[in-house]
Ligand binder design. Structure first.
Ligand code: 5GP
Ligand code: MN
Length: 339
């Protein structure tokens, strides 16, 4: 049994908003991951089967590693097609916000969305956020993924029959990537009932697993090897690992987006290391990724120090400073946490 966790008034509002809209825009956060893309593309596919003119607009491009998700080629990418992205949003009669709960997570798309009159629907599993910005909000931080929530929403709307193999494949990618291959955030038995429902759509389970979690380019593997061998700094007395990659190192290994996606998890394999920080010098900012095990909350750290947030065990943020200043900030975090 899959419990109807979304309250009936919210479902009713969703139903009315979907019925009342012909053109629907679906958005997800920048640097979209498997859950953001999977949930957005699955919802888009189902809405199209319902006869809607639905389009997914993303703030920036999907990483190469996720190009296998069905429908990725039809994304309207703001950084690539600014005019078209703007038009899709401005003409939309309903805007769905998936896998984020604050407009700053969609970069400049947020400035376009904020003044629009079209009602906004949120489906998300992050902590915090200002839910008053949404005409209907499905926000469950305890959910494994936004993909799980999209499945539940469609089920409660009576639209699960429209989830075909393609939409099920999209949803499965988010379930896989946001749980590290059914490792964390998947204690709820109902999670596996959602998995079972998707398997019944005859998805290519192993193929999706291999593509989503076990495929890396040569450049990516070599960069990760270098990072672990040469750049991983362990602080065993603080249970911590830090990896910093600067622009020159990324260039040397021919870095492209997505190449370091799961690197931050690796140090947690070492007994005694329960939190891991990765800093990467991108074009105009330092991207910070944090992971932890158990009760140690990296979302608190990312909120307090790194202009970000996320979940207790997986969070991130951005710094607008030099890589040396970012490293110095990390030292201050250590000094604050372990006085
Ligand atoms: P990642 O480290 O893979 O980029 O992100 C891990 C988690 O933290 C994801 O759930 C992501 O949504 C969240 N996250 C990453 N970067 C940011 C950020 O800059 N701000 C906020 N609020 N959350 C972030
Ligand atoms: Mn997610």
């Amino acid at each position: 049994m899959i419990t109807a966790i979304i309250d009936e008034p919210t479902i009713e509002r969703l139903r009315n908003m979907i019925n009342g809209a012909r053109r629907i825009a679906i958005t997800c956060h920048k640097s979209p991951d498997g859950d953001a893309l999977g949930s957005s593309l699955a919802l888009c596919h189902v809405l199209r089967r319902l006869g809607k003119d639905a389009t997914v607009v993303t703030p920036d491009m999907a990483p190469k590693s996720l190009e296998f998700i069905p429908g990725v080629r039809e994304l309207v990418v703001f950084t690539r097609q600014e005019i078209r992205a703007r038009r899709v949003l401005e003409e939309a009669q309903l805007i769905c916000c998936l896998d984020y709960n604050a407009l700053q997570r969609v970069d400049r798309l947020g400035d376009i969305i904020a003044p629009l009159n079209a009602p906004r629907v949120l489906i998300d599993h992050h902590l915090g956020g200002d839910l008053r910005q949404f005409a209907a909000a499905v926000s469950f931080p305890e959910a494994s993924s936004t993909c799980e929530l999209v499945y539940r929403v469609l089920l409660q709307l009576g639209l699960a029959r429209l989830i075909d193999r393609q939409a099920a494949s999209c949803l499965y990618v988010g379930l896989l990537t946001d749980t590290g291959g059914f490792a964390y955030n998947c204690d709820n038995p109902e999670f596996y009932e959602v998995v079972a429902a998707l398997l019944r759509r005859r998805i290519d389970r192993l193929g999706l697993y291999n593509k989503a979690l076990d495929t890396f380019s040569e450049a990516s593997l070599r960069l990760q090897g270098y990072a672990l061998s040469e750049k991983m700094r362990l602080l065993p007395d603080k249970g911590c690992s830090l990896i910093v990659l600067d622009k020159a190192e990324l260039e040397r290994f021919n870095y492209s987006r997505g190449d370091t996606e799961t690197l931050v998890n690796r140090p947690l394999a070492i007994p005694g290391i329960y939190w891991s920080v990765f800093m990467r010098e991108d074009a105009d900012h330092i991207k910070v990724s944090c992971r932890s095990r158990g009760d140690f909350s990296v979302s608190d750290i990312c909120e307090r120090y790194f202009n970000g947030g996320g979940h207790q065990n997986a969070a991130g943020g951005e710094l607008h400073c030099s890589i040396d200043e970012a490293t110095a900030l990390f030292e201050r975090v250590l000094a604050d946490l372990f006085p």
